[in-house]
Design a protein around this ligand. Structure first.
Ligand code: EPU
Length: 302
């Protein structure tokens, strides 16, 4: 296949995706490609389209369950330094899609810029965070119960469409919703976020508060993909699953966290099928007891 020779970045066949997901689960990808820059990416997707090879984009793999048999697609990973730039302005920041969210928050704090502290501890990249409109519930830090999400801070997002054309989408064109955005058909290249000036010590204080809440409520004892299900309107999925008595339930090497019932942990060489079996149990139990249908927050690749 000629396209592999034309890519300036790295191309691997059969790369195991368990080393690219926070769950540490997942079989091989047909191709795993790390383009060098935007031109390389454009050239790559045009050739994949020509050769009828479907592709998926992977960020930090933190919200993803990959099937044990792997996937017969190309997986594109934007890991090159060209996709990780950060540039500050007086009250905003422009950053590349591969920038880890926590690094962006810390860099902003050092510049005395506030507004994205709630993203600290989310183990994803800016690109993935935008696609799924990552965020938290403000009640977490003792304030009024409001959802805060990265979409609220967006000025614009720079994307490449599936034909290699680059566009700038303004916030109002994107339709951000709860753990959802209108970006899923694009490859996110970067974004500009609105920030505001604040004393560095104040920003650092807020970051510490968010970190402390995450440590006390989330389970970091084994690999996981964060919350498995979205919160149904007006409810916490974790609380509903907990009320079904499912904390600690196990299937193969996977178990439901005893700390937060919306977390599935890879306790011992779990397979994707173990996680899927637990998800089915959680969904069935919540539907039976509360007549509420849980919707997955994580993506399943198979
Ligand atoms: N609760 C239980 N049992 C549990 C889990 C929670 O009783 O097993 C109770 C808690 O005690 C609390 C309430 O349910 O009274 C809400 O729990 P929590 O504050 O942990 O928030 P959540 O609604 O379960 C959401 C996000 C989390 C985010 C937290 C904090 C979703 C699906 N989850 O969880 O995000 O960390 O708020 O802001 O939106 C994620 O997206 O991966 C994630 C973990």
């Amino acid at each position: 296949m000629n396209w592999q020779k034309n890519v300036r970045g790295k191309v691997r066949s059969g790369e195991l995706l368990c080393s690219h997901t926070s769950f540490k689960i997942g079989g091989p990808a047909r191709f795993f490609v790390e383009p060098k820059d935007e031109d390389d990416l454009k050239c790559l997707i045009i050739q994949l389209k020509r050769d009828k090879i479907p592709f998926l984009i992977i960020g930090a793999g933190s919200n993803l369950l990959v099937h044990d048999a792997g996937i017969k697609k190309a997986v594109i990973h934007l890991s090159a330094s060209r996709f990780k730039h950060i540039r500050f302005f007086s009250e905003s920041v422009e950053a590349g899609a591969a920038t880890p969210l926590s690094s962006l928050v810390r860099a902003a704090a050092k510049k005395g810029l506030s507004g994205i502290e709630f993203l600290i501890g989310i183990p994803g990249t800016l690109g993935a965070g935008l696609v799924m409109n990552a965020g938290i519930s403000e009640k977490a830090v003792g304030k009024a119960a409001v959802l805060r999400a990265i979409g609220d801070t967006v000025v614009w997002v720079r994307v490449m469409d599936r034909n290699g054309r680059i566009k700038i989408l303004q916030k109002k064109e994107i339709r951000f919703g709860y753990r959802h955005s209108g970006l899923s058909h694009y490859i996110v290249l970067g974004a500009k976020l609105k920030l505001k000036k604040a004393a560095a010590s104040e920003v650092e204080g807020k970051i510490r508060e968010y970190i402390s809440y995450r440590r006390q409520s989330q389970d970091y004892s084994f690999p996981s993909a964060g919350c498995i299900f979205k919160n149904p309107a007006g409810h916490s999925a974790g609380k509903l699953i907990d009320m079904c008595g499912l904390k600690g339930a196990q299937r193969g090497g996977a178990c439901i966290s005893k700390k937060h019932a919306n977390f599935i942990l890879n306790c011992k060489n779990a397979k994707a099928r173990d996680v899927i079996a637990l998800m089915a149990l959680m969904k069935r139990s919540v539907r039976h007891r509360f007549k509420i249908t849980l919707e997955p927050e994580i993506k399943l690749w198979n």
